[in-house]
Ligand binder design. Structure first.
Ligand code: ATP
Length: 238
């Protein structure tokens, strides 16, 4: 079976600092794949390398069989790769709705944008209630919802999600993860998820990769990873 996204020998560096040392990974169409690993393992950098953001890269990346590793971040977005960065990338001085509208810019046309926005408000009713509120005054959870919503406005086939649980209260995290599950199941959007909380990530994911210092040291189905002794000890706190 061919994969929606395939990376082979992905390397990345910031200036002279080499961070990824040849990563192979696959994301299957319609599935949730997660990257696990300690702080500094290179998870965020992997997402950036896949969409060629802020980092020098080499290696091969294909999306639905077409090479994308020589394209710009913007071109990659137009092909259907939505990135929800850590820190969320929201424009704080703009309203919720203005931020959502910006998400359309990664599309080739704006047809259906109002329907897309209505669907996103359906997933995130709290955003609908705060349409005209400045994004800078939203809670952390609402800002995370907005960042995901904005990426969805680009109609991605693949969503790269960087630590959606970061700094949020457990109940808000639960809410956001259940919405991501719905978006995956109902819209068929594939997800590559970076998440510190391995338990949460493995509950959502179909398969996982474990990164250590810029290398994949283990991969498998979510169930296999959950049953792996090393993963249980180091990442599930058992
Ligand atoms: P975390 O969960 O802490 O974000 P991570 O697994 O996502 O960790 P990365 O953020 O990808 O890890 O960082 C991998 C390595 O790259 C770290 O050693 C980090 O210090 C380094 N690094 C990240 N961004 C830069 C940068 N802009 N310039 C130089 N080095 C960087």
């Amino acid at each position: 079976m061919s994969h929606l996204l395939e990376a082979r020998g992905l390397r990345a560096r910031y200036g002279n600092t080499r961070v990824l040392h040849g990563i192979d990974l696959d994301v299957d169409e319609g599935k949730v794949t997660t990257l696990l690993g300690a702080n500094g393992a290179g998870k965020t950098t992997t997402l950036r390398a896949l969409c060629r953001l802020m980092v020098q890269t080499s290696g091969t990346v294909t999306l639905a069989g077409s090479k994308i590793d020589a394209l710009s971040t913007e071109q990659i977005a137009r092909l259907g790769v939505g990135h929800v960065p850590d820190g969320r990338g929201t424009f704080m001085g703009l309203t919720t709705e203005e931020n959502l509208r910006l998400g359309v810019s990664s599309r080739n046309n704006r047809v259906g944008a109002d329907e897309d926005m209505a669907r996103i408000y359906g997933y995130f009713p709290r955003l609908a209630e705060r349409k005209r509120q400045q994004a800078g005054t939203l809670s952390g959870g609402e800002q995370q919802m907005l960042a995901i919503g904005r990426a969805l406005m680009g109609r991605p086939r693949l969503l790269l999600l960087d630590e959606p649980s970061f700094g949020l209260a457990p109940l808000v995290v639960k809410d956001i993860f259940s919405i991501m599950r719905r978006i995956n199941k109902e819209q068929g959007v594939s997800i590559l998820l970076v998440e510190q909380n391995a338990r949460l990530a493995l509950d959502l994911a179909d398969s996982a990769y474990l990164l250590e210092t810029g290398r994949v040291v283990l991969s498998g189905s979510a169930a296999e990873m959950r049953n792996n002794d090393a993963v249980r000890r180091a990442y599930l706190g058992e």
